[in-house]
Design a protein around this ligand. Structure first.
Ligand SMILES: [Zn+2]
Length: 126
């Protein structure tokens, strides 16, 4: 059994997938749009690299972002449908607002999850 931290929880905390302690992002505030995407080059605790990967590495996090967004929308549609029935505006507007408000959080979470999946299962040496 591995003593590595759970990649789901380390991604939710935006921590290093290897040790679970180092911070992935420079600024902890996801809603500061100037520094939203700035990541540390490496973990300040274990030294794992966050930036020294193949070009376009984080483009793959779009798949994770899509999965997160779709899951949240389907969850919302189910409970909104149960409350409001087939009211189109009650089904669409809350989801659009939620996706806009949560975009920075989704961006960071998808990057953290993508990095964790790759560090854990594909290129362990980096
Ligand atoms: Zn680390």
């Amino acid at each position: 059994m591995s003593n590595k931290p759970n990649i789901i929880f380390t991604a939710l905390k935006l921590r290093c997938p290897n040790c679970g302690k180092g911070k992935l992002f420079v600024n902890p505030n996801a809603y500061n749009y100037k520094t939203m995407a700035l990541m540390n080059d490496q973990c300040d605790h274990c030294g794992s690299s966050f930036s020294n990967r193949e070009p376009g590495f984080y483009w793959g996090s779009m798949y994770v972002s899509y999965a997160i967004s779709t899951s949240l929308i389907v969850f919302n549609l189910i409970w909104l449908f149960l409350i409001f029935g087939w009211n189109m505006w009650a089904l669409i507007v809350p989801n659009v607002v939620m996706m806009i408000v949560m975009a920075p959080l989704n961006f960071r979470l998808s990057r953290a999850w993508w990095l964790g999946l790759n560090m854990r299962y594909f290129n362990k040496g980096q």
